[in-house]
Design a protein. Sequence first.
Length: 437
Amino acid sequence: MLTAFARAFRTPDLRKKLLFTLGIIVVYRVGTHVPIPGVDYTSVQRCVDEASGNQGLFGLVNMFSGGALLQITIFALGIMPYITASIILQLLTVVIPRLEALKKEGSAGTAKITQYTRYLTVALAILQGTGLVATARSGALFNGCTVASQIVPDRAIFTTVVMVICMTAGTCVVMWLGELITDRGIGNGMSILMFISIAATFPSALWAIKKSGTLADGWIEFGTVVAVGLVMVALVVFVEQAQRRIPVQYAKRMIGRRSYGGTSTYIPLKVNQAGVIPVIFASSLLYIPALVAQFSSGTSSWKTWIETNLTKGDHPIYISLYFLLIVFFAFFYVAISFNPEEVADNMKKYGGFIPGIRAGRPTAEYLSYVLNRITWPGSLYLGLIALVPTMALVGFGANQNFPFGGTSILIIVGVGLETVKQIESQLQQRNYEGFLR
């Protein structure tokens, strides 16, 4: 990997793309430290210090924003509205025939869906920005902080509207920066920004584990977490690269005096076909009951039960529900993202077949059978990886989104592998060694 980066910097056009990407990353990180107007920055810093390691409901969103959410900066919402909008559009594509038709139109249809995603992102940013401002004004953003109610000293409507507009504009700027990286840089822009947001929280989280440790002034706990993280990275890389290759043979056809087809290829079915989406879905769904209980008044029995069982990451009921939801959403997402009938029809249209399997419906049934069999280990793998933060919560007193947590490690490894593959593919295009060397 290091060799690929060194060769990329020696190639002028690739060097320009890499430097452009690094420049956008610097702008993005600067924006995560610029507070919005109407916020008492001193009170925010005091509450952040008091709530260190206990970020509660907003821990996952704060991780995706690179720590900007709890700082209430212009990039506080980060790329979460865009991620949510993309997932919603992807799910609606299966339900709404118009979106499905646009998806099949190629680049023109994809551009239209991207435009819808931008509109939905702005709407979600307004909604989430309003919720964040209301939460900060009520003092619920930092439970237990003595000055939590003083974060937004001015309660005027105009100040609230300005804060929401600033955060919505920040989300639009983040979306624009991500698209700039995609067009003129290296890799997928949104994925790169997500990678940077998560990686930015690593040093402080690791240092917090070291400070809270008791063995050899915390260095034993620090070294153990780093060692476990390296093992997890190796495991995730191994599983993310694993795939079941289904052989496909194309029949030879004569068109005029030329013959076409007769080639052999394969359909790559990854063990983790769903990626990190099931973990995000499960985490978001489990946050909803706790969020409702947090904003409800009174001391009803259902509120007490939720606060006892569904807000603590080390509770057995929380662990069981989290694991089962990840398995369920893994099967659900694979079912809506991979259509065996469509793949079988396309193969039949172009004269392709799986050796030993008849074309058409038998091929679709075979693909469904194989997909279900490899989704089981993939979903169990996702569930076990996601439970690592819970084990760290019990063993080291770390917060639920500690550095080498399930969501963060899956995203970082996935984005890293994809970016390195793109760099290597562009290097091969520019340094192709043919027959004459």
